[in-house]
Design a protein around this ligand. Structure first.
Ligand SMILES: Nc1nc2c(ncn2[C@@H]2O[C@H](COP(=O)(O)OP(=O)(O)OP(=O)(O)O)[C@@H](O)[C@H]2O)c(=O)[nH]1
Ligand SMILES: [Zn+2]
Length: 363
């Protein structure tokens, strides 16, 4: 018998540690690093890191590196060498594009060439999964197991982590209950929880959705600003309401409400992106300047939930061809694409046009 947490539980702990500003230990074969999120870094922790090894690296994604005009010798990421006198402000200016235009970085950034960046790559994936900026400060650490035990830190085995981060966490159906709604009195809300205790996702059944026929379905990614606040910057709120209205009118449908705020980067990062959009960057450029890809969502989640509810075929309400492709690839057949062309405003015309030209959305 062992009460030890497994790798998915340790990764959940590591995400929480990064969010709190506590370092984690990533142990690979023959090498290990101590890593901290740049976003939650303090001068004290930086000094502590330097006491462990006086050679901190700031790992950033190649997207962020391109904006900083540095070399990403590691391909998808770069290991920026910290000058001896660099402080937390310096680290945060590397990681966070908020002041890129106001205070361009002085001098070229030096990045590591050669050596192994695998541990840093995994640390960046963890920062993204923690919905933080994708940037970490890291130093090498000898004897990682003893170091983690002495300091009470979470230690992650790199090989296990790498494999686990590619998989998705199995979802458990937690509870479902009747929910009469304006669009249909026959509603039912199901709550799904990932095994690692991560963010929950919801499925809302409207009317009587038969399992042996294609169901009218929508995979809706959470948009706090659009869904709840009536933001005019996107089309999410009107799309959500139009999808539900159509399901109500047809008498059946299933709405998946996926907690993938900001195309999977989280609300804080989405607001960072909005602030860059006010500096003139479009929705895709803003994501890249922050160090993210255009879209960080995993739509396999949607097919997992549909399958667990017993659906295998859908009429999908979407303008996004990537959602259709992912459904088909993961065993849900899309017999029809039902367009959702609502919610165009003077504020979001540019956003919708960018989605059409850069992300292949159908206008
Ligand atoms: N990063 C980022 N996310 C945004 C921005 N505007 C909206 N979003 C997010 O984009 C997502 C939109 O999701 P959906 O409407 O489900 O997806 P879609 O890819 O537009 O596809 P369809 O609506 O199905 O056509 C939500 O998670 C929003 O929070 C933005 O400017 N930047
Ligand atoms: Zn939105």
């Amino acid at each position: 018998m062992s009460l030890m947490p497994d790798i998915s539980e340790l990764l959940a702990r590591a995400r929480a540690d990064l969010r709190m500003g506590v370092p984690i230990v990533l142990a690979g074969e023959g090498a290990a690093i101590l890593a901290l999120s740049t976003e939650t870094l303090t001068e004290q922790r930086l000094a502590d890191l330097r006491a462990v090894a006086n050679t901190p690296i700031v790992a950033i994604t190649a997207r962020r590196t391109a904006t900083l005009k540095a070399h990403a010798y590691d391909g998808d990421l770069a290991r920026v060498i910290m000058p001896a006198d660099a402080d937390v402000n310096w680290v945060q200016a590397v990681a966070d594009p908020a002041d890129d235009l106001k205070a361009p970085m002085k001098g070229p950034l030096r990045t590591e060439r050669g050596g192994d960046a695998n541990l840093h790559r995994t640390a960046l994936k963890l920062a993204k999964a923690a919905r933080l900026l994708p940037a970490v400060v890291a130093v090498p650490v000898a004897d990682p197991a003893a170091f983690a035990a002495q300091n009470g830190l979470t230690m992650i085995d790199h090989q296990l982590a790498k494999r686990h981060l590619e998989d998705r966490n199995p979802l458990a159906a937690v509870v479902s209950a009747r929910l009469p709604m304006q669009v249909s009195e026959a509603g039912r809300l199901h709550v799904f929880r990932p095994e690692d205790g991560g963010e929950e996702h919801y499925s809302i059944e409207i009317g009587r959705a038969l399992r042996d026929k294609p169901v009218l379905a929508r995979l809706h990614s959470a948009c706090f600003t659009g869904d709840l606040l009536g933001s005019l910057k996107c089309d999410c709120g009107p799309q959500l309401r139009a999808a539900m209205a159509q399901m109500g009118a047809e008498g059946a449908g299933v709405l998946l409400y996926l907690n993938q705020e900001g195309r999977g980067i989280g609300l804080a990062n989405k607001m960072r992106a909005y602030s860059l959009q006010d500096q003139g960057f479009d929705t895709v450029e803003a994501n890249h300047r922050l160090g993210f890809e255009d879209d960080e969502r995993d739509f396999r989640l949607g097919s997992d939930i549909l399958k667990s509810l017993g659906f295998s075929s859908v009429r999908l309400l979407t303008n996004n061809p990537a959602k259709i492709a992912m459904m088909e690839k993961t065993g849900i057949s899309v017999v029809e694409r039902v367009p959702l062309k609502v919610g165009k405003t003077a504020h979001n015309a540019g956003y919708l046009a960018t989605k059409a030209t850069k992300s292949g959305h159908l206008l």
